[in-house]
Design a binder for this molecule. Structure first.
Ligand SMILES: Cc1cc2nc3c(=O)[nH]c(=O)nc-3n(C[C@H](O)[C@H](O)[C@H](O)COP(=O)(O)O)c2cc1C
Length: 329
């Protein structure tokens, strides 16, 4: 069956599920109502259930997707997805064979986001229904370092006849057309949807990244999850990153030793976040959301992809879907 039919989409465009409260039901519902795939970022299981209901109320005939940011996923998140009968789950930054099987048995279409051939092979061998091929130009955490259009053929070959969506570098209809022409079945955009009115990114965060003239890879904001990510500079990165963007030794050591913190309950993780200052080498992956003080833009991760250098303003999610649609301008 065609992917658009199966997921009840008008256009082959998906909004990335951005965790830590960035992509909530307002954004996912607006994207779904505009005919694209709206995705909820990971949040506590009870909030996830409520968020799915809100998207369903606002966009009743559309699919709902949930992002499973694996370092932080607990059994309760999967239970919530199954109970709410979500249409799609996107597993990222770790692959769990039993979880893929459980979701698929529950009727959930499982995408796995990958950035290397080995990750793609494992995902397919373990039963993924489709792949999201993420390029190194993407915003947020990174699964590999090859550009999206160069990695796409590898993912397509491994996926055989399963759908492959391209993520990284998508900010215009032209980008979408190039991805489709290269064989992708659709595209995923994160940064473009972060810069919408329905996103819960702090307004100062949005303005900061719109004004940036450079993004870079670092591992600075790795407390509990020491994986590379693409950000824009702030006081914390100026204090703790080298010229190449890499984190200095002190935060690197803290991050490597803090893996078990990913298992902290959400409330405990939030209090760590409140302690953050640009002066201490202790930086969690949480980005600035609307409920945080404006000063948090200097001490938290300002995730953004390379497309931020071409995006000019904050628009509505419906406008973003129209701009990314292959028939758009
Ligand atoms: C602010 C931000 C937060 C993100 N959070 C997540 C996340 O929680 N889970 C995930 O799988 N990917 C996350 N991503 C990565 C996206 O899934 C996607 O790969 C990326 O945004 C695509 O590149 P683009 O930003 O150039 O559109 C995030 C990206 C951004 C920009």
């Amino acid at each position: 069956m065609d992917l658009l039919d199966r997921l009840r989409l008008d256009v082959p465009v998906a909004q990335a599920g951005m965790g830590g409260g960035l992509a909530g039901p307002e954004l996912a519902a607006a994207v779904a109502a505009a005919g694209a795939l709206g995705t909820l970022g990971l949040t506590a299981p009870d909030r996830l259930t409520a968020a799915v209901e809100r998207v369903r109320e606002a966009a009743p005939d559309r699919a709902v997707a949930v992002n499973l940011l694996m370092p932080f996923v607990r059994r309760g998140h999967v239970d919530a997805c199954l109970r709410s009968r979500v249409d799609v789950a996107v597993m990222a930054f770790r692959i769990d064979r039993a979880m893929i099987a459980r979701l698929r048995e529950g009727g959930v279409f499982v995408f796995v986001m990958v950035g290397t051939e080995q990750q793609a092979r494992t995902a397919i061998a373990w039963g993924a229904d489709g792949l999201i091929a993420q390029g190194g130009e993407a915003g947020g955490h990174l699964t590999g370092d090859t550009d999206a259009l160069r990695f796409l053929p590898v993912a397509l070959r491994v996926a055989e006849d399963r759908p492959v969506l391209l993520a990284g570098g998508i900010a215009s209809a032209e980008d979408t057309r190039a991805a489709l022409a290269a064989g992708a079945h659709g595209v995923v955009a994160g940064t473009r949807f972060l810069l919408t009115r329905e996103s819960r990114a702090h307004r100062a965060y949005q303005q900061r990244i719109l004004a940036a003239d450079r993004t870079f890879r670092t591992t600075l904001f790795g407390l509990g999850w020491p994986a590379p990510h693409r950000v824009v500079a702030n006081a914390a990165t100026r204090r703790w990153c080298g010229d190449d963007g890499g984190a200095r030794l002190a935060p690197r050591l803290v991050n490597v030793l803090s893996g078990p913190m990913a298992r902290l309950p959400d409330r405990a993780a939030a209090s760590v976040n409140n302690l953050q200052t640009p002066m201490l080498p202790l930086f969690s992956p949480i980005a600035p959301t609307l409920d945080m003080p404006e000063s948090s833009v200097e001490r938290t991760a300002l995730y953004a992809g390379e497309t931020v250098l071409r995006i000019e303003s904050v628009i509505s999610a419906a406008e973003a879907v129209a701009e990314l649609s292959p028939g758009g301008h």
